[in-house]
Design a protein around this ligand. Structure first.
Ligand code: SF4
Ligand code: SF4
Length: 252
């Protein structure tokens, strides 16, 4: 069988152990929260905006910026740093003020996660890579982890589930499903609303009685009233239906 190839200098850590700990006692404490280039995924925004009790629309306006990322047909959302000191807006001298809801990248660090969807059986495979930034002294601490214990310790699971959903939608966006309409046409704006502005999508869904149009399990439907991530999953399926004509949603 052909061995999987990875970019130069990137070797998956597999089941190997690594040495790491991050705590207020390290000399570099909060250094990595300055000049940070932080991409925010849809679930990151839900967690952050709820953590600071803000509507997603207001959150996007105050704390994010759009840029061209890997996908040429859909904008990437990044965290906007404070003008002064170029640091994360959620950083205080005591540390991260949104620690329990910090984004996927902050949570997974010093590991990075990649998911390969190209295998023959269509089953996504995940790989983790160990980063090694010279400024990060956490690598000199004594605690040892492997991928399993680290991701459990950092409560990464729910983020990975939602990020994998998102990766599927992002792959659909990369096929330019709004051909003809061009960028910022109605379908792309709707897609942005679903993915990044969940409170806006909730208002849209209520206004258009969207949820009533589909057969949805009662317990799931109840959760959707209060749980933004449940509504996001519905939104992703709805976008698949609108943009590709196929999804798990069943019309009434
Ligand atoms: S969210 Fe928290 S951990 Fe992440 S960069 Fe901001 S302050 Fe640092
Ligand atoms: S640079 Fe490394 S050890 Fe220092 S605060 Fe950031 S993650 Fe923790």
């Amino acid at each position: 069988m052909k061995e999987k190839e990875f970019p130069e200098n990137m070797v998956p850590i597999g089941n190997g152990e690594f040495q790491f700990e991050c705590h207020p006692g390290v000399e570099c404490f909060t250094l990595c929260c300055r000049n940070v280039d932080l991409i925010l995924y849809p679930y990151d925004i839900i967690r952050l905006k709820n953590s600071v009790s803000m509507d997603s629309e207001e959150f996007l306006r105050r704390h994010t910026t759009l840029c061209q990322g890997d996908n040429p047909f859909f904008p990437t959302v990044k965290l906007k740093l404070k003008d002064e000191g170029k640091e994360c807006p959620f950083l205080e001298t005591s540390g991260c003020t949104v620690y329990h809801d910090r984004p996927s990248a902050c949570r997974t660090y010093p590991l990075e996660r990649a998911v390969d969807r190209t295998n023959l059986h269509g089953i996504p495979e995940e790989y983790y890579f160990l980063t090694d930034h010279v400024y990060c002294l956490g690598h000199k601490e004594e605690k040892r982890f492997n991928v399993k214990s680290w991701t459990r310790n950092q409560k990464v699971f729910e983020f990975n589930v939602l990020n994998d959903y998102w990766a599927e939608i992002d792959t659909l966006f990369a096929t330019n499903p709004w051909k003809g309409e061009g960028a910022a046409g109605e379908k792309q704006q709707l897609s942005f609303l679903v993915c990044y502005n969940i409170n806006g999508f909730r208002r849209f869904a209520e206004q258009h009685k969207l949820l009533k149009q589909f057969s949805i399990d009662k317990a799931v439907r109840r959760r959707m009233d209060t749980d933004d991530s449940e509504l996001l999953k519905f939104g992703f399926e709805w976008l698949k239906l609108v943009l590709a004509g196929k999804s798990s949603l069943v019309r009434k």
